[in-house]
Design a protein around this ligand. Structure first.
Ligand SMILES: [Zn+2]
Length: 187
């Protein structure tokens, strides 16, 4: 069966873009973060008129014939329905880091991260969203097998199941500054 035309033919140059070359934040029509895609995918969406640029990266991709500005944030032109799956997301080390934006929940450090049981395991603390937090190794050592207050530590945020945008943080190691205004932060 012949395939329906999906719009203008794509510039060949897009194929040269490495899939991992640059990550682009994709927002729904409502400005809600949807996912993270490759620069190549983002250019295809823009080229087909399926998305608009909200933030440029300042970087460009040059082919023999043309120069394409690479975006940092794009917004889809038609609404995508997303099932609310995050609340049921499985607890994992990676997911806890993602929810906590890769920051120690005691001091805010972004280095030497570990997962800490707020109520220590040996005191019956479970592996649940409200008992696991990201902690840097120094804070974790300081805390030891004690509840935070007893170790002189305070949680910056009360740990909760992740908001839907959290899964975005599972796919990237670094959050561009230009993304931050579009990512709502749990308080
Ligand atoms: Zn810390």
């Amino acid at each position: 069966m012949p395939r329906a035309s999906l719009g203008p033919p794509l510039p060949r140059a897009f194929l040269l873009l490495s899939k991992t070359m640059r990550k682009v934040l994709v927002l729904n029509t409502t400005y809600e973060p949807l996912n993270v895609c490759s620069a190549r995918r983002a250019l295809v969406l823009l080229f087909k008129g399926k998305a608009e640029v909200l933030e440029q990266s300042g970087a460009a991709f040059r082919s023999a014939r043309a120069t394409y500005e690479l975006p940092h944030v794009i917004r889809l032109q038609s609404y995508v329905h997303v099932p609310r799956r995050a609340a049921a997301a499985r607890v994992s080390r990676r997911a806890v880091f993602a929810r906590d934006r890769h920051r120690c929940q005691y001091c805010g450090s972004e280095r030497h991260l570990t997962v800490d049981h707020v109520v220590p395991r040996c005191k019956g603390g479970p592996d649940t969203w409200d008992n696991l937090v990201t902690s840097c190794a120094p804070c974790n050592r300081k805390k030891g097998d004690r509840p935070p207050q007893q170790a002189g530590l305070r949680l910056l945020h009360k740990p909760q199941p992740p908001e839907p945008a959290s899964f975005i943080f599972m796919h990237v190691d670094h959050i561009h500054e230009s993304w931050r205004p579009y990512l709502s932060f749990a308080s």
